[in-house]
Every structure is written in structure tokens, then in C-alpha cells.
Design a protein around this ligand. Structure first.
Ligand SMILES: [Mg+2]
Length: 124
């Protein structure tokens, strides 16, 4: 059954609430994201290409993605961040900043402009 980001957020927050974990502070959540990211990274460490995971490994790696998502969605929800709204707002700006067919020169000019001015077009 397809679930939206809001559906997943509701599930994750209810799961935490039911277990008395809803009072995790931001530092605990950020630390947990980084720890889980490290666990995910172990599956890719020293690999220069995407590995062809077997069925069991796909399950293990998938669970690490879920672990990260669990903490990330809680952090966003407790911070009052609506990820779906942020995504919808940011995507058109990313399209404008990195248009399809952009040459390497144009891409470098955009990066240089940001380096020089400190102005990120995404927020203007
Ligand atoms: Mg994990």
C-alpha cells in the first residue's frame, strides 16, 4: 500500500509515542541519524560501484535506510518541518538552478557565483 511522507511520519511518531520515546531531544535524533548512516555506509565501504546485493543483503541494507528515515522523520516532525511542502517548494528552485542540459561551464559559473557572493539562488 503506497504511503505518503506524512503517512510515514505519522507512523514513526506514533511508534515513538507508544514506547515513551517521543521526548528524544534534537541532539539524540541527529546522533541517531548519523549512527544509522554509518551503519548504512558500512555496506558501501570500499566499493567504487553499486554492489549487487543478494536478497538477504537487500533486506539488511533496506532496514538501514528505514532506521535513518525513522529518526529523520521524527526530527522533521518535532521541528515543525513539513517535508512534503518543503520538497514541493524546493524542487522548482532546483530545476531553475540546475536546468536540464546545463553545460559544465554554466554549472561551474553557478557554483562560482555562490562562492563569490555567498548568495544561494534557492533562497532568493
Ligand atoms: Mg541500523
Amino acid at each position: 500500500m503506497p504511503k505518503s511522507i506524512q503517512d510515514l511520519t505519522d507512523i514513526v511518531c506514533a511508534f515513538a509515542d507508544e514506547r515513551g520515546w517521543a521526548n528524544n531531544d534534537p541532539n539524540q535524533l541527529i546522533s541517531s541519524i548519523l549512527i544509522e548512516l554509518g551503519e548504512l555506509a558500512e555496506h558501501y565501504q570500499w566499493k567504487s560501484r553499486f554492489p549487487e546485493f543478494d536478497k538477504q543483503k537487500k533486506l539488511e541494507v533496506g532496514y538501514e535506510f528505514v532506521d535513518i528515515l525513522f529518526y529523520l522523520l521524527q526530527l522533521a516532525a518535532k521541528s515543525g518541518i513539513d517535508i512534503e511542502a518543503a520538497f514541493d517548494s524546493k524542487l522548482p528552485k532546483l530545476h531553475a538552478k540546475f536546468p536540464v542540459g546545463q553545460t559544465d561551464e554554466e554549472f561551474e559559473r553557478t557554483k562560482e557565483e555562490y562562492r563569490r557572493t555567498g548568495k544561494n539562488k534557492l533562497y532568493s
